[in-house]
Write a protein that binds this ligand. Structure first.
Ligand code: ADP
Length: 363
């Protein structure tokens, strides 16, 4: 059977295990020899025990677990050609020419580069007598399929990334818990949520929790946000509301592009309204815990689609990323989505927020 390997890279997220499980089982079902690569690209470069054949039961009892059981890492070695040469050697000697990468735009960019270089890497390995002529011929094409694991929902081309829904659940649970104490003491709570380049979590959280105000990066706060926010809080209190929730995304900014932090917001509330005001920074709690039903299903569907894309690939097929479009797992050109994602970040750096939102598209 064809050699196929799956690995997780970059930041972890809930639902990655469902995706890994799906890739392994779909691969086996379709007659592939399936491998795990542990610790992302580092495991691919280091080889040895990091690359291990998977069987049906090696992915039993993982679908409910958060994080990624096969480990993830950032890997400096893979940024250099020398590292990629070692990685190519480790794959060819095991007959692996199909890769499923689960990660963010960095990980997908690395995979694309690896594929572009594949022929020349194999030539170099042959020259150095690391592989045989037969191996050079037999494994001459590398196929790539990607999936995006990220709690921020910060990737272009997909309605949802794997992990976002679970992170939302985690945040909302935490806020519901805080609301009961805020109600008792008539407090204002400022919650910092993740999302450096994407306000998705902050916006959805605000909608789900009856928040008074939220700060994100794509729709920077007006320069008089202090007055506007205080007026809104006062208005709500006057109408009988006993508490206020304010959501601040990590990447929140004002119209001049200056960061807005939870501390700044607290100071404004305390100085102007003298309210009992507390900050909660959820941090890595958002990434933890078991994946939601949605993320488990998303991982399952995307994993199966990724394997099918690889099995149908011809030498001309460009690498794809499996994304969610409405209720369908679909294949999109990997680099086009990566380029758009980077263009969004650039537009935001240029303070062209309208363009950023337009480029990001749906959701
Ligand atoms: P993410 O995949 O979540 O965006 P990173 O940007 O940290 O996270 O990328 C994860 C890993 O992918 C890096 O540590 C590196 O090994 C690999 N990688 C990222 N960008 C490149 C690149 N341009 N060339 C080669 N490898 C890359």
């Amino acid at each position: 059977g064809k050699g196929l390997a799956v690995f997780t890279s970059g930041g972890d997220s809930q639902g990655m295990n469902a995706a890994v499980r799906s890739v392994v089982r779909m691969g086996i079902y379709l007659g592939c020899k399936v491998y795990f690569i542990r610790e992302g690209y580092q495991g691919m470069v280091d080889g040895g025990d990091n690359i291990e054949e998977a069987n049906w039961s090696s992915v039993s009892s993982i679908i409910h677990k958060g994080g990624t059981i096969i480990g993830s890492a950032r890997c400096m070695d893979f940024i250099k050609r020398e590292g990629r040469l070692k990685a190519a050697h480790n794959l060819v000697t095991r007959g692996i020419t199909n890769l499923v990468v689960i990660g963010g735009d960095g990980s997908l960019t690395g995979a694309n580069l690896f594929r572009q270089e594949w022929a020349s890497l194999l030539d170099e390995l042959l020259e150095n007598n690391k592989i045989t002529k037969d191996q050079r011929e037999k494994y001459k094409f590398l196929h790539i399929a990607g999936m995006v694991g990220s709690i921020d929902n910060d990737f272009c081309g997909t309605d949802m990334t794997i992990g976002t829904d679970s992170a939302l659940h985690r945040i909302i649970e935490a806020i519901d818990a805080i609301v009961s104490t805020a109600y008792s003491h008539q407090r204002t709570f400022i919650m910092e949520v993740m999302g450096r380049h994407c306000g998705f979590l902050a916006v959805y959280t605000s909608l789900c929790t009856d928040a008074t105000y939220s700060f994100i990066c794509e729709d920077p706060a007006p320069l008089n946000w202090e007055q506007k926010m205080c007026a809104k809080i006062q208005e709500e209190r006057k109408s009988g509301q006993r508490l206020n929730i304010i959501i601040v995304a990590e990447g929140a900014i004002d119209r001049e592009g200056k960061p807005i932090t939870a501390e700044m917001v607290k100071k404004v509330v305390v100085d102007n309204l003298q309210q009992d005001t507390r900050i909660t920074v959820l941090g890595h709690v958002q990434r933890g815990g078991s994946p939601s039903a949605f993320d488990r299903i998303l991982g399952c569907r995307m994993g199966a689609e990724a394997v099918m894309a690889l099995m149908e690939a011809t030498p001309e097929t460009e690498p794809c990323v499996v994304t969610l479009d409405g209720n369908q797992a679909v294949r999109l050109p990997l680099m086009e989505c990566v380029r758009r994602t980077k263009a969004v970040a650039q537009a935001m750096a240029d303070k062209n927020w309208d363009l950023a939102v337009q480029l990001r598209g749906r959701s």
